[in-house]
Design a binder for this molecule. Structure first.
Ligand SMILES: [Zn+2]
Ligand SMILES: [Zn+2]
Length: 428
């Protein structure tokens, strides 16, 4: 293997002094062996972003068209992380007048209303995201990760839109840090990822939007594929890799009920999935946009290791990311047709739960010694409903309160009579 790598030809680089491959002007950017001047480079990125976004939208006549999609039924919510992917995507949507504030009579908006949301994790600073969104006429909302414990988050979001500031809740902050502390170190990024998912879903369901637009790049997607495979998420992984999906958008409403797949009618659109993180970062550089990358996976997590692995491999073999995403693109969801709508969901990640998990757990529970149950019966109710990946991530956790969306799904899946019977021993 090493020998093969040693003898592989290094990527061909154009010689210096050559001009832009499109117009012959002064070249400034090198992408996939092609040189671009600044205007041709931004045009090239716009073309690729447009192709990703336009094809799957409602009313587009054929897939992958480069023409503009017709106006959509609701607004757009852009998940703004501050990274290059979401910043580039936001700039594209504004420049190409896809959003209401930039629309004109001749060029109607694809999404009449536009919102941007940033989820703040403990210990992060936000930088100029508010300014980035509001200077472009987009309503900016800032939500805290610990709000996942707030069952009235949807009402809070509605208040934020009307300009009512939300107050810090120290109890919820303590709950989140207790939950994170209760988990083994390598599982923490996984759980925080699911919490981010749940918060975004709740914010989307509280707003008049039809699309939640995510700025995940191809590089991130390649990392997700390898991480997901290593964590045993192969069953639901194909559902995470489509451009437009109705996956797991439920709200953590006051009633505690979690909506089924796509119940709130909001679709997830992964608009930047064909750009590598380097291309997105170069685009932000070309447009003078400041980006932030706060994500700090622990050194000992699969996420952290995968990120470094893909980054290291990409420097020697630039086709790495493309090869991983193209291979993963061929994966097919093997669950039943329509399972996403009615089938069982994992309470934590809200992806379809692998139907074979119970038999696997029965065979694999050799580590539990007779007379020494590793979990209480209440916890057992949750554990038996988790997908394989989440069950593995939560293995060895200490007792801590789970966010309400997890408990709500457990209640939905386990009939009350069964739950009572399971915990009957604990009633005095
Ligand atoms: Zn040019
Ligand atoms: Zn799961």
């Amino acid at each position: 293997m090493c020998e093969v790598q040693e003898t592989m030809p290094r990527p061909r680089r154009p010689r210096g002094g050559q001009g832009c491959s499109r117009c012959g002007g002064r070249a400034q950017y090198l992408i996939r062996d092609l040189l671009f001047c600044r205007p041709c480079f931004t045009k090239h990125i716009h073309h690729r972003l447009g192709r990703t976004i336009n094809g799957p939208l409602a009313g587009s006549s054929r897939p992958n068209i480069t023409s503009r999609p017709p106006p959509q039924t609701g607004g757009a919510l852009i998940a703004l992380s501050g990274g290059a992917g979401s910043t580039a995507l936001l700039d594209f949507l504004v420049e190409r007048r896809y959003l209401g504030p930039q629309a004109t009579e001749r060029v109607p908006a694809v999404w009449a209303q536009a919102f941007a949301v940033h989820v703040v994790f403990p210990g992060q600073s936000v930088g100029g995201l508010k300014e980035l969104a509001e200077s472009r006429g987009i309503t900016y909302l800032q939500v805290r990760a610990e709000d996942v414990f707030d069952s009235s988050l949807a009402d809070k979001v509605a208040g934020l839109v009307q300009g009512i500031p939300s107050e810090d809740n120290e109890d919820n902050a303590a709950r989140l840090s207790a939950l994170v502390a209760s988990l083994p170190l390598p599982s923490r990024p996984t759980i925080l990822g699911h919490i981010l998912d749940a918060v975004l879903a709740t914010v989307a369901s509280a707003l008049p939007v039809s699309h939640l637009i995510l700025g995940e790049t191809a590089t991130r997607e390649a990392q997700r594929v390898i991480t997901g495979t290593a964590q045993g998420r192969g069953f639901s992984l194909p559902l995470d890799l489509v451009t437009l999906s109705s996956r797991a958008l439920g709200e953590v409403g006051a009633s505690g009920e979690v909506g089924a797949l796509g119940a709130s009618g909001v679709m997830r659109l992964r608009g930047a999935r064909e750009l590598s993180v380097k291309e997105a970062a170069l685009y932000c550089h070309a447009k003078g946009l400041e980006t932030f990358n706060y994500r700090q996976w622990g050194r000992k997590s699969i996420e952290g290791l995968t990120e470094r692995f893909v980054a290291t491999l990409s420097t020697r073999h630039p086709a790495t990311v493309g090869a991983i995403t193209r291979t993963a693109g061929k994966l097919q969801f093997t669950g039943q047709e329509g399972e996403g709508q009615e089938g069982p969901l994992c309470p934590l990640c809200r992806r379809p739960a692998d139907p074979g998990i119970k038999e696997w757990q029965a065979r694999a529970s050799l580590t539990v010694l007779p007379g020494h149950p590793s979990t209480t019966k209440e916890e057992g109710a949750l554990e038996s409903l988790l997908c394989y990946g989440c069950a593995a991530a939560l293995k060895g956790r200490k007792d801590a309160e789970m966010p309400p969306f997890v408990a709500a799904e457990v209640r939905r899946r386990v009939p009350e009579s069964e739950m009572r019977a399971a915990i009957a021993d604990y009633f005095v």
